[in-house]
Design a protein around this ligand. Structure first.
Ligand SMILES: Nc1ncnc2c1ncn2[C@@H]1O[C@H](C[S@+](CC[C@H]([NH3+])C(=O)[O-])CC(=O)[O-])[C@@H](O)[C@H]1O
Ligand SMILES: O=C(O)C(=O)Cc1ccccc1
Length: 243
C-alpha cells in the first residue's frame, strides 16, 4: 500500500486504544476521511459555496477543529478580495503542524491565523461564518450547547454556523438500515471487517453522535431561529443555522 493510505486498523490489536488525532492519523487523514465519510468532498466544497454567499467584508471566519485545513482552503478560494480573516483552530499539535504546510502551499490575499487550542476556550467575535465540520461530535455532549451559545454571541446578524456530523437515528430499524449502508460504503472503499470493527471500538468512547432532533433543539436553545440540513448522505449530514 502506498504512503498516505489508511492501514491503522488493518492488523489485529490486543487492546484498542481510544481514537486520537495523533501523528499516525495525520499521515493518512485525507485518505481516512474520504473513505469513511460519505459526501465529505461535496460537503467541503459546499462549505466554500456557503462562504461565498455569507462572508461579509472585513468580518472573521472560524474553522473549528480544522484538521488539515480542508474547509479553510475551500472557504479561502471563495472569499478572495473580501478582506476577511480566517481563524482555524485545532487542539491536535500534529494536525496543526501539517495544516500550516497545507495553508502555506497556496497563495492568497486572505490571511489565515492557525491556532493550536481547545475550541471550548476561544473567543469569537465579528464572525460572518463559523464552521464545525465533523468536530462537535468529538466534544463531550455536556459541552456542546455552551460552545454553540458562544458562537451565537460572536456571530454578526445574518452570520451562519455550519455543523456537519454523523447522525444517530432514534428509530431502531432506521438506525440499523442506514448504519448498514455506511458499513457497505466503507467496504466498497476497501476497508476489511477487522478494520471496520476495530475502528468502531476505538471511536466508541470519543465520538458520540446526536440525532438531528438533538441538533435542532440545541440550535434553538443557543438562540438560533433559522436552521436546516443542507446536505445528507446516509448518516452523515451537514446543517446550517443563521443568526
Ligand atoms: N476540543 C477540541 N478543540 C479543538 N479541536 C478539537 C477538539 N476536539 C476535537 N478536535 C479536532 O477536531 C477534528 C475532527 S476531524 C475534522 C475534519 C475537518 N474539519 C475537515 O474539514 O477536514 C473529524 C473527523 O476526523 O471525523 C480533529 O482534527 C480534532 O483534533
Ligand atoms: O470511520 C467512521 O466510521 C466514522 O464514523 C467517521 C470518522 C472519520 C474519520 C475519523 C474519525 C471518524
Amino acid at each position: 500500500m502506498s504512503k498516505g493510505s489508511d492501514q491503522i486498523y488493518a492488523n489485529p490489536q490486543k487492546n484498542i486504544a481510544d481514537f486520537s488525532f495523533d501523528k499516525k492519523v495525520v499521515e493518512v487523514f485525507p485518505d481516512m476521511i474520504s473513505r469513511s465519510v460519505p459526501g465529505y468532498g461535496d460537503i467541503v466544497q459546499g462549505i466554500g459555496n456557503i462562504a461565498k454567499q455569507v462572508v461579509t467584508s472585513g468580518s472573521q471566519v472560524y474553522d473549528l477543529g480544522c484538521s488539515l485545513g480542508a474547509a479553510t482552503l475551500a472557504i479561502r478560494r471563495q472569499i478572495e478580495g473580501k478582506q476577511a480573516k480566517i481563524i482555524a483552530i485545532d487542539n491536535s499539535p500534529s494536525m496543526v503542524e501539517r495544516c500550516q504546510t497545507h495553508i502555506d502551499a497556496f497563495v492568497s490575499s486572505t490571511p489565515v491565523e492557525l491556532q493550536c487550542a481547545d475550541i471550548r476556550e476561544i473567543k469569537i467575535s465579528n464572525a460572518s461564518l463559523v464552521v464545525l465540520n465533523f468536530t462537535l461530535q468529538f466534544l463531550p455532549p455536556a459541552d456542546r450547547l455552551q460552545l454553540l451559545s458562544t458562537i451565537y454571541e460572536g456571530l454578526n446578524t445574518g452570520g451562519c454556523i455550519v455543523v456537519s456530523e454523523k447522525l444517530y437515528f432514534k428509530q431502531g430499524q432506521i438506525q440499523a438500515l442506514i448504519d448498514s449502508l455506511h458499513l457497505d460504503f466503507k467496504r466498497a472503499n476497501g476497508y476489511s471487517e477487522l478494520e471496520i470493527s476495530q475502528k468502531r471500538s476505538a471511536l466508541e468512547n470519543v465520538m458520540k453522535p446526536d440525532s438531528i432532533e438533538q441538533h435542532f433543539a440545541r440550535f434553538s436553545d443557543a438562540g438560533f431561529k433559522q436552521y436546516h440540513s443542507w446536505y445528507q448522505r446516509y448518516n452523515f449530514c451537514s446543517m446550517v443555522a443563521i443568526k
